[in-house]
Write a protein that binds this ligand. Structure first.
Ligand code: G3I
Length: 345
């Protein structure tokens, strides 16, 4: 758990705070970081990297894809960290906090894992070998690991992954215990999307936390991915209430993959303003909850985003436009952070 007052570094003069940028403001307001994901393929774009490396804007980085199972262990026993190391190396050079993403996940999982049947013992060993190797490779570098990603379905059922189908819910503590053994100092997180709506999936995620705790497994936090849609984002109070359901269980929370997409393109001026309000509600809800430690956007410029490829016709989900101009949403986020920073003790 963090102590906001220890991190409130800029809350001296209101005028100085208002001129600061996202991460500086977030820290002044008591969060541990404001961060962004970076795709490994974007590191050759110097304009992109210069903003991503500006620690006044971003105090934390996470690789968008490079640490996923298909990248680091494409064939059984063959580990390769060429992609996975790209963003951690940038973060280390810049002195930015590193979130690491992700270990046990049904997606971007190579076919050697997903397309055959395993005995319980075999699959437990496969998970343990993967996690020991990957978490061991990054030992001492990851502030948080997203250990298990997206184990719940939209309707609150269990996702029918090879992990759940073979091991039931035992794959949850197996994964966390393996991560703890490999890096005792990393924060270990469960990460999922659409928890923000406080519906059946949220109930399942709360049960997941309790499964970890009942098994004595070391869970430190729950990541709210925050892949949201302009105009349908819950209010600041609703979001904060949902976050508090988790912190009441003794875990930290964070927004880990925030983007808020327009369902129709191009967005009108009104839609851009609504997007700003939605972003302010999300960031504001984190500020309102004592153990919400930070906010990470899933990329920061509309030049690079997974959204249009996955939801054709949707887009413009981020804080800077495709030409690196700050959007109204940037102003909304910086304003809500500045207000909290000015008010911080
Ligand atoms: O690297 C290959 C490239 O060689 C190939 O030419 C190209 C052709 O399609 O594909 C490239 O791989 C793509 C990869 O991103 C890297 O760009 C995959 O097709 C594409 O499916 C993959 O999408 C990623 C997605 O996870 C996969 O599920 C997105 O970039 C990434 O933003 C997204 O991130 C996830 C989080 O990890 C978990 N939460 C949801 C979030 C959004 O889906």
């Amino acid at each position: 758990m963090h102590t906001r007052s220890l991190l409130a570094i800029l809350a001296t003069a209101g005028s100085a705070v208002v001129e600061a940028q996202l991460n500086s403001l977030a820290r002044a307001a008591g969060l541990e970081y404001f961060g962004t994901a970076i795709g490994g393929g974007q590191t050759g774009d110097s304009q992109y990297m210069s903003i991503a490396s500006d620690t006044d804007e971003f105090g934390q980085l996470v690789p968008e894809n490079g640490q996923k199972w298909e990248s680091v262990q494409p064939n059984q026993g063959q580990f390769n960290y060429d992609s996975g190391d790209i963003v951690p190396n940038v973060a280390a050079r810049n002195g930015q906090i590193l979130r690491c993403h992700t270990l046990t996940w049904h997606s971007q999982l190579p076919r050697w894992v997903s397309s055959r049947s395993w005995s319980r013992e075999e699959l437990q060993s496969v998970i343990e070998v993967h996690i020991a190797n990957v978490v061991g490779h990054y030992k001492g570098k990851c502030y948080h690991w997203d250990v298990v990603n997206e184990a719940a379905e939209e309707d609150g059922g269990w996702r029918g992954s090879v992990f759940y189908n073979t091991l039931g819910t035992d794959f949850l503590p197996i994964s966390f215990n393996a991560a703890k053994a490999a890096d005792p100092d990393a924060g270990l997180w469960y990460n999922d999307y659409n928890l923000e709506y406080n519906q059946e999936k949220t109930e399942r995620a709360l049960e997941i936390v309790q499964i970890f705790q009942d098994a004595g497994a070391p869970i430190d936090g729950v990541g709210f991915q925050g892949h949201l849609i302009v105009g349908t984002t819950p209010t600041r109070d609703q979001l904060a209430d949902t976050l508090r359901r988790f912190t009441a269980l003794g875990v930290d929370v964070a927004y880990t993959e925030l983007d808020i997409r327009h369902a129709s393109m191009p967005p009108s001026d009104q839609a851009l303003a609504t997007q700003g309000d939605d972003y302010a509600n999300v960031v504001g809800s984190c500020l309102d909850v004592e153990d919400c430690v930070g906010v990470t956007v899933w990329g920061y410029t509309d030049k690079y985003s997974w959204v249009p490829g996955t939801f054709p016709g949707s887009g413009a989900a981020l804080l800077w436009d495709e030409n690196f101009n700050k959007k109204p949403a940037y102003t909304s986020v910086s304003s809500v952070l500045a207000a909290a920073a000015t008010a911080a003790p």
